[in-house]
Design a protein. Structure first.
Length: 734
């Protein structure tokens, strides 16, 4: 390992490159703050010194398993290390206590079997190769030995491997906290089997990921005093409701719809199902299959998982009746009715699907048609029937489909929690968070707005733990230090969720005003935040707005913000399904009393989500956090491809590069006095003779080797990274 060196002619360096992010080369000329480099691709470039970094000539072609071991802890060094390890199928790397997981896009079963779990059981952190099992083991041991609740936060963009990493963590915790197999349907089995059920109803193929979680999930696993799993709870966040009715090119709807279409011939006949291509809610994207996925097998596995969780056969029957009903509902088309601004089912085909949906929902066919095509306006003197035109009826149809599906998903989560049960006597838990990463697309709507708020909140939590806690330790250990600046995103959070006056508060206000439109809402934002440095009005739009997020600028389209923020069920839909002959369906739509409906205040998706986030952050703040940053190496979702620019952007968005910068600026290396003496006492054994205490021995040893750049604290001492490297070099020469 080499220490930091000044850059001179002949030095091996990294220089910024528009295609590869960074490329290596040799310095040809140094002229003030500009450096000319002959790159390995034979190009010669001249760049500012700030865009050139020293390269370690002794770096291992296999990389290092912990980034803090790198001689040069900078962007190109980190990037090259991850690439070198990825090329060797080493997909896990530490950055201190943070685990970086690069998706291999292929199965590596030897990494996750029982034998591997046994190896990590009780091993010291860093003793074995980096692995999610190591993170889970540390969390489990701390929880058991210290009595402190833990959390493991798994983050990354879609397709980075968050869900698989989360399942590995849960498998390991179930392995460590499991009971004897003879005990039957144990809590840990139910916890694990909740995954395939929630994936079937909450995951879908997107352009970025064949098994993308379209909701956030926080699993709280409770343990008894002996470290055995005694209970659990699943919290979910922001299911993507719009996917039920609308899917983009090369994407799919939720997996369960395709599973039921691949069921047994008897089931398909019972539910009157055909090929997925015959259903409007599935055929908008011309994408029906996922390579390597057997839909009929997945359907059977999901049913088995439901059995283990405790969902009865009658409940399972009702669940898939509803899934089939939604598909038929989507095939009901509308034409102009006999009256002005009225509508009716378009043809006999639409009537067939309407009739089938009514049979499956176990509701009256005419009542279903009326709930789609008419509205009842209640006045003081009478009830007025208002007809809907064909376009409005289509919107009503889609609203019903989304409402039913989201109620079904919520029921599944509640059922899972009730079946598993929570342990009121448990004192400690380990929470595992699998949540969507930062999103920025060509079109960004309300969902992306909420997702990016989540990431802003989690980034602040990451900042507070990794950076603020770091510097608080300097204070606690009573060492001198200069405050290290880091990117604080509190101003972005205030912009979005401050009350009153934040974007969410203004959105709620717009939703309550009868004449508000997305354009009047946007104008209110422009007026309110015209001087806010994180808010930008695009020049060529009257309704878009841009937020300068910590991970980059995102422009949001407000067209559907108001509709998506309103948390209400159309009264006709509530009455229809609340009166269903199927107790399961009617149970999803409990009838509200007149008093409760009158007294209920306006409720919004955004405000409720904000409250859920606050509750999540309060839980996380009461735990000791551990971080896994998942990285997608390429946008093709294929193995053995590592796209430098893509990976670097994810490292920046995930706060990894900022964490490294803070580490370099402070004292990233720290050792207890005894650890230091054991390691480096060989450098000056004579000065240790007769030393009365550890701190005196350490001070004499440091004076003997004439090393600067450290501070002695109360219980340990802190080193600037380069000074630590110098000391190790001295040791290597002995």
């Amino acid at each position: 390992m080499a220490a930091q060196a000044s850059i001179a002619v002949g030095s091996q360096v990294w220089v910024e490159d528009p295609d590869e992010a960074w490329i290596d080369g040799e310095v040809l000329k140094v002229n003030g703050d500009t450096i000319t480099v002959k790159c390995s691709n034979e190009k010669t470039v001249t760049a500012k010194a700030s865009h050139v970094h020293a390269k370690d000539p002794e770096e291992s072609p296999c990389g290092v398993d912990d980034m803090t071991k790198l001689a040069y802890l900078h962007e190109p060094g980190v990037l090259q290390n991850l690439k070198s390890r990825y090329d060797m199928n080493e997909i896990y790397t530490y950055t201190g206590s943070i685990l970086i997981a690069v998706n291999p896009f292929r199965r590596l079963p030897h990494l996750y079997d029982i034998q591997m779990m046994e190896q990590y059981k009780g091993a010291d952190f860093g003793e074995l190769s980096p692995h999610p099992f190591a993170v889970a083991d540390v969390a489990y041991r701390l929880m058991l030995n210290e009595g402190i609740s833990q959390s493991i936060l798994v983050s990354g963009e879609s397709g980075a491997g968050k869900t698989e990493s989360t399942k590995m963590i849960m498998r390991y915790l179930a392995y460590m906290g499991g009971k004897a197999a003879s005990e039957g349907r144990t809590v840990e089995k139910q916890v694990l089997q909740s995954n395939p059920v929630l994936e079937a109803f909450g995951n879908a193929k997107t352009v970025r990921n064949n098994n993308s979680s379209r909701f956030g999930k926080f699993v709280e696993i409770q343990f008894d005093q002996k470290g055995r799993i005694s209970g659990a709870a699943v919290r979910t966040y922001l299911l993507e409701r719009s996917r039920v009715c609308q899917i983009s090119e090369s994407e799919r709807n939720y997996h369960c719809f395709y599973m039921i279409c691949a069921g047994s011939p008897e089931e398909r006949e019972k539910y009157k199902l055909g090929d997925p291509s015959t259903f409007h809610y599935l055929n908008q994207s011309n994408c029906y299959k996922i390579d390597g996925l057997d839909e009929s097998k997945e359907y059977l596995e999901t049913r088995k998982a439901m059995d283990i969780i405790g969902i009865s056969s009658e409940e399972q029957e009702a669940i898939f009746r509803i899934v089939a009903a939604i598909l038929h509902l989507g095939n009901v088309e509308f034409a102009e009715g006999d009256d002005v601004d009225s509508s009716k089912p378009k043809n006999e085909k639409s009537m067939f699907h309407l009739r089938t949906a009514a049979e499956l929902f176990m509701c009256d066919e005419k009542a279903l048609e009326d709930s789609l095509c008419k509205r009842i306006i209640v006045t003081r003197d009478e009830n007025i029937v208002k007809t809907l035109d064909a376009e409005a009826a289509k919107g009503s149809r889609d609203a019903l489909a989304k409402t039913v599906y989201s109620r079904l998903f919520d029921w599944l989560v509640t059922k899972i929690n009730n079946s598993i049960g929570q342990d009121p006597t448990s004192k400690c838990l380990i929470g595992v968070l699998d949540i969507y990463g930062f999103e920025s697309f060509k079109t960004n709507s309300f969902e992306q707005f909420c997702i990016n708020l989540t990431n802003e909140k989690l980034q602040q939590h990451f900042n507070q733990h990794v950076f603020k806690m770091e510097q608080e330790e300097y204070t606690k250990e009573e060492i001198d230090w200069s405050y290290i600046e880091f990117v604080d995103n509190q101003d972005i959070l205030d912009l979005i969720d401050k009350k009153p006056g934040g974007i969410i508060a203004l959105l709620d206000e717009a939703c309550m005003l009868p004449r508000s439109t997305h354009e009047t809402f946007a104008q209110k934002l422009y007026q309110t935040f015209k001087n806010h440095k994180r808010f930008v009005k695009p020049k060529l739009s009257r309704s878009d707005f841009t937020i300068c997020h910590y991970a980059g600028d995102v422009t949001y389209q407000t067209e559907l913000f108001l509709d998506k923020n309103k948390d209400y069920v159309i009264a006709e839909h509530q009455a229809l399904l609340g009166a269903s002959g199927c107790s399961f369906v009617s149970g999803l739509f409990p009838l509200l009393s007149d008093d409760s409906s009158k007294s209920s205040k306006f409720s919004s998706i955004g405000s409720r989500f904000k409250q859920q986030l606050q509750s999540l952050l309060e839980t996380l703040s009461s735990t000791e956090p551990h971080y896994i940053r998942c990285v997608k190496p390429n946008s093709l979702l294929k193995p053995a491809i590592f796209e430098n620019q893509n990976v670097l952007q994810q490292l920046r968005c995930g706060g990894v590069m900022e964490a490294i910068r803070i580490s370099c600026a402070g004292y990233p290396t720290r050792r207890t006095f005894l650890e230091f003496i054991d390691r480096f006492g060989i450098l000056a054994p004579d000065v240790l003779t007769g030393s009365s205490d550890e701190i005196t021995a350490v001070r004499k040893l440091l004076e003997k080797v004439d090393l600067q750049g450290y501070q002695l604290a109360r219980q340990k001492f802190f080193f600037v990274l380069v000074k630590w490297l110098n000391l190790m070099l001295v040791e290597m020469k002995c």
